[in-house]
Design a protein around this ligand. Structure first.
Ligand code: ADP
Length: 501
């Protein structure tokens, strides 16, 4: 198939190897079953053999004519079979040129090129028609054998065949279809039209199919390239993230030491250890302590999160009295709650519960973070309740455990933000004029610590009415019984999760 044919103009991606630049073969374009049926019916109609071969000599369709008995008889005598085989080989694969007794047949070939008429040593005749399609030679049609109209007597070449009964041959040749050249030309024109129609339809559907396939392959290639690009970007993002965590970790660590000294010295001043302060000096010292503590908490959160992200946080499991732990957490947020005039209450199970396995400090921090948020996001006069459940089966964990709920009557969280608040640095109000302090790390730390214990954290909320954070924890985290130290796995950032590519 030449590249400048009309179909080539439709080519979208002009890359080497496109089907539009390839030469098609008859096998590509013709459906073998349909084509075989068509050729069979033409053969039956004309009572003449029709064989269609591709350019490599492979037979695509072959139908017998009315010559069967005569040819079978000749083939059974002397060198009849070998002479027939030589002729058939010439017809099937020989040059499409007037050589070896073939002659150019006058008239227009129905499929392009020159038609050849080839006499058989039996006196019968064949016509060979080349199949040219859009300038390419795709194969040939061998039409015959038939008896030419002018065949009066069987030729000497047949009489030479050893042991041949000429009288019987004369009898049998009468059954072979006899045709004038004009009739042969009409039949060939008909065969040519049918083939041209089948080839046009076959070419169309083959090209459409192949182009669709090429487009799919191209899309696949593009997707793979994009995937590779995304994976490289992902790697770089992860590396940048790791560097950010390590930088934050180092800076926080370096800030914590001098800040602790500032708070320590201010406390000494406030306690009058270096002389008594007047009320104004005392107020300044208290402000330094307050702001210093807020800053210290922030720095500690950053340091904790950078440790979590680096996968360096190790859980120290031990038997813990969970009631005592929640009460101590309540105590640590009581001053802030009182300052805001909030009712802060712990609702504990009526009977003392058995101890649970946990990392005491991390679990305390979980409860303190939830309580501190509840206090922070609840306006004055509101309520914060902490409920601790009894130890019982926890279906969502598939093992015994307990629940801690921190409920407030605060500002609430819009539904579309409830998943995201557990991501690092995410805050519902991130405007520069935001009302509440914080760095957006408290809940990310809660989630990591809870999941590190084999538990789950969730939230329900109604904007303007309040929120309820629920933590479900196993009595004995599976991680606590594993061999070796239990590290908290770094959080998987959904936006850069590798499986997504
Ligand atoms: P921070 O409190 O330091 O901003 P957190 O990770 O603890 O960071 O919380 C993230 C965000 O989730 C908060 O900024 C706030 O918007 C929202 N949030 C958390 N707890 C509550 C709560 N009890 N009520 C309303 N909003 C809350």
């Amino acid at each position: 198939m030449s590249a400048d044919k009309p179909g080539a103009a439709l080519s979208a991606p002009e890359h080497a190897g496109s089907v539009l630049q390839q030469k098609l073969s008859l096998v590509d374009m013709l459906d073998p079953i349909t084509f075989g049926d068509v050729v069979d019916s033409l053969g039956e109609l004309y009572r003449v053999g029709i064989r269609v071969l591709d350019e490599r000599g492979r037979t695509l369709a072959d139908t017998k004519g009315s010559n069967g008995d005569f040819c079978g008889f000749v083939n059974s005598c002397g060198e009849g079979r070998s002479r027939c085989a030589a002729l058939v080989a010439r017809l099937n694969e020989g040059p499409l040129a007037p050589t070896q007794g073939a002659q150019v047949l006058a008239g227009t070939s129905p499929l392009g090129g020159e038609m050849l008429t080839q006499p058989c040593f039996t006196g019968l005749r064949y016509v060979v028609v080349p199949v040219l399609w859009e300038g390419d030679l795709l194969g040939r049609v061998v039409f015959g054998p038939f008896a030419p109209e002018d065949l009066k007597e069987l030729p000497a070449s047949l009489a030479e065949v050893q042991g041949l009964d000429l009288a019987r041959a004369r009898e049998l040749v009468m059954h072979v279809r006899r045709m004038p050249e004009s009739k042969v030309m009409k039949m060939l024109a008909h065969v040519g039209q049918v083939m041209a129609a089948l080839l046009a339809a076959g070419q169309k559907s083959y090209l459409a199919g192949q182009l669709h396939l090429e487009a799919m392959v191209e899309t696949q290639r593009e997707l793979e390239a994009q995937n590779a690009q995304l994976m490289r970007l992902n790697q770089r993002l992860k590396e940048a993230d790791r560097m950010k965590s390590s930088f934050l970790g180092t800076v926080s660590h370096e800030l914590r030491t001098p800040l602790s000294s500032i708070i320590g010295y201010s406390e000494m001043l406030a306690e009058g250890l270096v002389g008594s302060l007047n009320p104004e000096q005392m107020q300044f010292a208290r402000t330094i302590i307050d702001k210093g503590n807020t800053l210290l908490k922030l720095i500690s959160s950053i340091l904790d999160m950078s440790q979590i992200e680096a996968g360096k946080v190790r859980l120290a499991f031990e038997w813990v009295d969970i009631q005592e732990l929640v009460e101590s957490a309540i105590t640590s947020v009581t001053p802030q709650a009182q300052r805001k005039g909030l009712a802060l209450k712990a609702l504990l199970p009526p009977v003392v519960q058995p101890k649970v396995v946990a990392d005491r400090e991390k679990l305390r921090q979980v409860v303190v973070n939830l309580l501190a948020n509840a206090v922070k996001f609840t306006p004055a006069g509101g309520r914060v309740d902490l409920r601790l459940s009894e130890l019982m089966a926890q279906p969502q964990l598939g093992m015994p455990g307990y629940r801690i709920e921190v409920e407030d009557t605060g500002v609430g969280i819009p539904e579309d933000q409830r998943e995201r608040i557990f991501q690092s640095f995410y805050q519902v109000d991130d405007s520069p004029t935001r009302e509440y302090g914080g760095a957006g790390l408290g809940l990310a730390i809660v989630k990591s610590y809870v999941e590190g214990h084999g538990g789950q954290v969730s939230v329900t909320s109604e904007v303007g009415r309040g929120s309820c954070f629920r933590v479900v924890l196993p009595k004995e985290p599976p991680q606590s019984s594993q061999q070796g130290p239990a590290f908290i796995p770094p959080p998987v950032d959904l936006d850069t999760e590798p499986e997504r590519f």
